[in-house]
Ligand binder design. Structure first.
Ligand code: DGL
Length: 257
């Protein structure tokens, strides 16, 4: 039976969703969480949509069977591939997805240039095309895949010389853009924030959908009267299809500001 004591399930292709878990924890530190990262199968973003849909269903359903009271798909890629079908199959179960925070970026200035950093899968799916069509008159929107960041974060090199070198090359064509905003449209990317700032300057505007997703999760759980007692002590269970990524998960969680 699902009760207030049931955990919130959080899934991602790997350790990226920890950036969402952190925001959930900051907002609801009294809840119980099970975080499942699928690092054995990462990266998701370069694979066919059907394969990601299958993996996401498998990982989500396992945690739902274990009695989760809500599911946070802390992965833009898995959301684009599977969230609509999961919601169709489980219409009354709270399922929260991630999508690139294009809206606040596009509306942040007078026709800014918005670079949406996301995986190839996220950028090619119709969910993203729908988002672009809503804001294409407000901003110049550029989709930019960055699979190297996912690899470096999964390899424990989020804040490294290799990351600086990769980003320096990646951003080279955009160095002279005025009013530049960067959307972190993949949950692995907030871990590269320090490096992005070193390369693009301290005041580059960064947009991260994790904060909104955490607020939305709280609202949905509250609507169902399933929030845990405010005095309860929260806990997090870190799980991963590759055991070797559990320590890294904990470190990334602790270190993210
Ligand atoms: N963390 C995932 C996202 O938010 C994708 C990373 C991957 O390619 O596995 O899109």
């Amino acid at each position: 039976m699902i009760t207030c004591e049931s955990p919130i399930a959080v899934i991602d292709s790997g350790v990226g969703g920890i950036s969402v878990l952190k925001r959930l924890w900051q907002l609801m530190p009294n809840e119980k969480y099970i975080y499942f990262g699928d690092s054995k199968n990462a990266p998701y973003g370069v694979k066919p949509t059907d394969e990601i849909k299958k993996l996401t269903f498998k990982n989500a359903e396992k945690l739902m069977e274990r009695g989760a009271k809500a599911l946070v798909i802390a992965c833009n890629t898995a959301t684009a591939a599977a969230a609509a079908d999961l919601r169709e199959k489980y219409p009354s179960f709270p399922i929260i997805g991630l999508e690139p925070a294009l809206k606040p970026a596009a509306l942040s200035g007078d026709h800014p240039t918005v670079i949406v950093m996301a995986t190839e899968l996220t950028l090619r799916e119709k969910k993203f095309a729908g988002l672009v069509s809503r804001f294409e008159n407000d901003a110049k929107i550029i989709g930019l895949p960055a699979p190297g960041i996912v690899e470096l974060v999964e390899g424990g090199k989020a804040d490294s010389r290799e990351m600086d070198e990769y980003l320096t090359k990646l951003f080279l064509p955009f160095r002279d853009e005025k009013q530049l905003c960067i959307v972190l449209g993949c949950t692995h990317f907030p871990f590269a924030k320090k490096s992005i700032r070193r390369v693009m300057g301290e005041d580059v505007l960064l947009f991260d959908g994790a904060f909104g997703a955490a607020r939305h999760t709280k609202e949905l759980i509250e609507e169902k009267n399933l929030l845990r007692d405010e005095n309860a002590k929260g806990e997090i269970l870190f799980e991963n299809s590759d055991e070797g990524h559990i320590e890294l998960s904990k470190t990334l969680f602790e270190e993210l500001e």
